[in-house]
Design a protein around this ligand. Structure first.
Ligand code: URA
Length: 238
């Protein structure tokens, strides 16, 4: 079924502001649709493959937003931050208006892959402990890590405030001080606490993979991009 909506509503529900403001933007010739200017807020457009520009910036119509961000250090994953800027300041404003949320939080000094979305079902699918989505971290440790410590992490370490020992799904050494560690839960400071439990200390932490989706080498620190169909398949959702 072809789904059509008036331009004013399209611009509004894509996050460009109140209906009245969106109407004014259309009247002001600030919008083009599929390559042609349109100054009629009531003109209806098919939403499928809809391309539009707002003040010269290109957008495609998206019912829901799915994106990845390469989080820099010294950014916080919350709206009400305490010491550092919010990761939401790295996104275009319309995505924030659409209430795109981080799927799981990284500490302020952790870098790397964060998924973000405004689709509640997707957020639940990716974050619910029931689904055990694996997340891989590159962990730089203060002291060299030996085989016994890796075996301990794989067998399970007892963390304060946890009923039972917690094990990593996988843990391999990249070099003397660096591990690749995969977890299926997202407990508070989990990597740092697990590394502390083997008498070591995390000096650098980067999330490099979620499910089968790797942090792309060409996504600069602080940049974001839309998730592609192939990314979604690697997350196991299509
Ligand atoms: N584990 C941590 O300790 N910190 C993070 O940011 C993510 C996992």
């Amino acid at each position: 079924m072809v789904k059509k909506l008036p331009l004013e509503r399209i611009i509004h529900n894509q996050g460009f502001g109140a209906r009245k403001l969106c109407r004014l933007m259309v009247w002001n010739n600030e919008i083009t649709v599929n390559g042609a200017p349109c100054d009629d807020p009531n003109a209806e457009f098919d939403l499928e493959n809809l391309l539009y520009t707002v003040r010269g910036e290109e957008w495609s119509y998206r019912e829901k937003s799915y994106l990845m961000l390469n989080k820099p250090s010294d950014y916080e994953c919350s709206h009400k931050t305490q010491h550092h800027p919010t990761v939401y300041s790295l996104l275009p404003h319309p995505l924030v208006v659409r209430d795109v949320q981080c799927i799981g939080r990284l500490d302020e000094d952790t870098t790397g892959l964060i998924l973000m979305s405004d689709d509640g079902q997707f957020i639940h699918r990716m974050s619910s402990p029931k689904h055990k989505v694996p997340k891989m971290y590159e962990v730089t440790c203060k002291h060299p890590v030996d085989d016994e410590q890796i075996a301990h992490i794989l067998k399970g370490v007892q963390l304060i405030d946890e009923d039972a020992p917690i094990a990593a799904l996988a843990c391999t050494r990249v070099n003397e001080h660096t591990l690749h560690m995969t977890l299926t839960e997202g407990k508070y400071h989990q990597v740092k606490r697990m590394i502390a439990a083997i008498s070591n200390r995390v000096e650098g932490l980067k999330r490099i993979q979620i499910g089968e989706l790797k942090l792309p080498d060409d996504l600069e620190v602080g940049d974001w991009r839309w998730l592609t169909a192939s990314d979604m398949a690697k997350l196991g959702v299509i």
